[in-house]
Ligand binder design. Structure first.
Ligand SMILES: C[S@@+](CC[C@H](N)C(=O)[O-])C[C@H]1O[C@@H](n2cnc3c(N)ncnc32)[C@H](O)[C@@H]1O
Ligand code: SF4
Length: 297
């Protein structure tokens, strides 16, 4: 009797994939060097990919269970590191076992697409792989270097443009507070420049947090990283929003790590969102904030 998937924990997925079937096609993250990210640092999360026959057994069990699976998320941290050939095999298997499928999505590091062509991405899109969550984190080269992201403005933009050219969608994540006090302004301005150049379908911000302490993070900043306080985070958000020139992007700053919840469609709602941020800055107490105990990663 085929087995339902047994996950290697911990397992992470974007908030918007809460009702999706999570298929762990890889374990961990092949890069795993970003100094802010502790998600895949435990020994059991060492990177590996799951052989196709193992995945097929899981898919057969899911199909047999009658579990409705309209949306599938490919875990873990960068399933798109797999070759086009392997991803195509996975997508064909998913389609074979889950014929009612509507959309497949995955996290995607810009470097995961470096050796994939637009035609290959379009082929995967036609098989249902339609949405990529890209952890750009910043559009500022210096900040990206400090946190060992291994990407820069140009590599991030090239990946986002490739996704668009293939007819797929991207959801970009930016980390509020990632440059600390010193680089806050340039982080905001260049992140806005990146999003404006890429025009992603979705854009979200999370507040950078350090559940395991800042020691590893400080190394990249030569010990000079000064975290932003709440006011600093709001100021950075104002600079980011001011710089964004988006035509039709769903903007969400509602992840559990945010104090100030912001949601809207940009450009349409730019002035409304800016007014909320400015009220939080100028009239503390006039805008409801998420309590510290309710925040999380
Ligand atoms: C599970 S990771 C996978 C993303 C993917 N590997 C990439 O880099 O594009 C998802 C996102 O969680 C966020 N994240 C990771 N560590 C974080 C931290 N310490 N504080 C806030 N957000 C964090 C980052 O935005 C990251 O892109
Ligand atoms: S942020 Fe993404 S690329 Fe960086 S270590 Fe975490 S999972 Fe890997």
């Amino acid at each position: 009797m085929p087995q339902l998937p047994a996950y290697t924990e911990p397992l992470f997925r974007p908030p918007s994939e809460a009702y999706s079937l999570i298929l762990q096609v890889t374990n961990g993250c092949s890069w795993n060097r970003c100094t802010f990210c502790e998600m895949y640092t435990q020994p059991q999360k060492k990177f590996r990919f799951k052989p196709l026959d193992e995945l097929e057994q899981e898919l057969a069990a899911i199909a047999d269970s009658g579990m409705p699976a309209r949306r599938v998320f490919l875990a873990d941290g960068d399933a798109m590191t797999l070759s086009f050939r392997r991803l195509k095999g996975i997508m064909q298997a998913i389609n074979r076992y889950l014929p009612g499928l509507n959309r497949v999505s995955s996290y995607c590091l810009p470097r995961n697409l470096r050796h994939k062509t637009v035609n290959e991405l379009a082929e995967l899109k036609d098989l249902g792989l339609k949405l990529f969550y890209v952890g750009c984190e910043s559009g500022d080269d210096l900040v990206l270097e400090r946190v060992h992201k291994g990407e820069n403005f140009d590599s991030s933009l090239a990946a986002l443009q490739k996704i668009k050219a293939a007819g797929a969608k991207s959801s970009v994540m930016i980390l509020n507070g990632m440059g600390g006090t010193r680089y806050s302004r340039q982080h905001a301005v260049n992140s806005a420049r990146l999003a404006t150049a890429a025009q992603p379908e979705y854009l979200s911000t999370l507040v950078v947090s350090f559940p395991a302490g800042t020691e590893r993070y400080q190394e990249g900043f030569e010990g000079e990283f000064e975290p932003l306080d709440q006011r600093g985070l709001f100021q950075e958000m104002e600079w980011l929003l001011e710089g964004l020139e988006l035509e039709n992007t769903i903007f969400r700053s509602d992840h559990a790590s945010n104090y100030l919840v912001l949601k809207g469609t940009l450009g349409r709602d730019k002035e409304r969102l800016l007014a909320t941020v400015r009220a939080a800055l100028e009239r503390p107490g006039s805008v409801a904030l998420r309590e510290e105990w309710m925040r999380g990663l």
